[in-house]
Design a protein around this ligand. Sequence first.
Ligand code: GCB
Length: 596
Amino acid sequence: MKKQILTLMLLAAAVSLHADELPLLGNVFNRQHTSLNGEWNYIVDVQETGYYGYRLDKLRNGFFINAKPQRPEDLVEYDFDKADKMTIPSDWNTRDERLFFYEGTVWFKRSFTHHKQPGHRALLYFGAVNYEAVVYVNGREVGTHVGGFTPFNYDVTNLLRDGENFVIVKVDNKRRAENVPTLIFDWWNYGGITRDVLLVDVPETYIQNYKLSLDRTNRKQINFSLQLNSKTAGQAVTVSIPELKIKQTFTTDADGHVGATLKVKNLQLWSPDNPKLYNVELTLANETLTDAIGFRTIETRGKQLLLNGEPIFLRGISMHEEKPNGGGRANGTEDARKLLTWVKELGCNFVRLAHYPHNEHMVREAERQGILVWSEIPVYWTIAWTNEQTAANAAGQLTAMIHRDQNRANVIIWSIANETPHSQQRDAFLSRLAGKARELDDTRLISMAMEVTSASNYHNRLQDNMNQYVDIISFNQYIGWYRDVNDAAKMTWEVPYDKPVIVSEFGGGAKAGMHGETNQRWTEEFQENLYRENTAMLDKIEGLAGTTPWILKDFRSPRRLLNGVQDYYNRKGLVSDGGEKKKAFYVLQEWYKSKK
Ligand code: GCB
């Protein structure tokens, strides 16, 4: 018995030694890795017995130990191997009907075989877990991550054994006031390990991340930076882009960093009409990493938006990250292709990936198809503006979003918030975020979807202190739906800033297949008419550089409760949750033809 207690005490001590989350590993899917996607066992733990039981009484097992009775009389009140299985990545709400509305803790466990190799390190990477993840490897706590839509990784080399191993993740999606997003938001709070899980194999010294981008003012120059995982000086790094006849070797400085410029000739610029990507190869002593990278510039001049120096109108659409048919979290190239087929059919060259960073497969697929991207963090409606932890959380999500996608030519806008009520505390919070985005990336523009404050009923004046911090003035407006039904024709707009304008949302709800007069809510005709009137109105906004109507597809929301019509769906989609196109789809399609 004594020996047993000692073992448990040692284990309890060991679990508090956790590894820190590492800076994000760039370009993870092109590295050597083992996928840990697939079947995971799961235990729904409403009262967090497997967590707090252990915290209160150090002699009791937490579920992360994955205990098994050793003798017939041993008491172990859980068994992962007898628990149900769920395919990961996914969300538990659509995978287990008992969990449709569930917000709480679920434990996930997966076993895998690993062969330890000297000189190699193993990084455990999660594409996203909503919302909080506590990660354990072989019974040891590795770390805790908060934020449901951004990737994170840990070095687990020293926790792995040669042979059989297991990883356990405690996932908790309870909403909390101090979280980002906070307690209320208009989308389904899908819980679970919603994106890919990989065990990435890297050498001792490896490329943490890198960035290649076209110089903003000199299109004959590519700016190149690279960071090793450690401050190792004197490492030779070769960058080669065969098609551009570039092959140059640089040496890391005392910080393990390379900062250099590459001269280019005859570069084909990436654009929606020619989404040209170049194969890039980065080589370090024991590592070769490849990527496909496009080069372009994006800037503003007065009220104009310029891609590669030419004015562009962003024919966009907003979207949530939900599967094309029937809901649930989308992930992967196949879901992305299906969703983007509708985007292309609408005649779009732009998507607003609302209201959080979408999965990397979506961004890459959009890049291959020539679709520009607005990427956003879930600073949505109200946030605990004066809470420093909340600010650090939002800054962390912004950093991860930028570090993951900084080589994607199609990503042109980082959005730092959506519809945030004006206040000094908000301005203080958001201006810091804008500063952070600029510090991390000077090759993209910054915006946020703002609220409209009207000067009078029919005169809309865009005034927001945050306008001084952003490059593009974006706002959401619901004339014809929440406001001023049938009055779009009378509206005038004033945007008193010398910056381009994006209408980041407009729209109204319709249930596919419901028909009637244009003044009857929820009919396709009502929505169709709203799109007609709104597009005519938007044409009169000076400096309009694009729109992203709300929204491509009906999506699940716990705030949409009208029986027989909404049934927990926000019905503002141009396509229904089952994939049928509504009449308004064709109005937008027509309008976009006139914007080419
Ligand atoms: C908004 C929000 C969006 C909602 C939408 C609506 O302004 O930004 O998240 O879903 O309105 O349908 O009300």
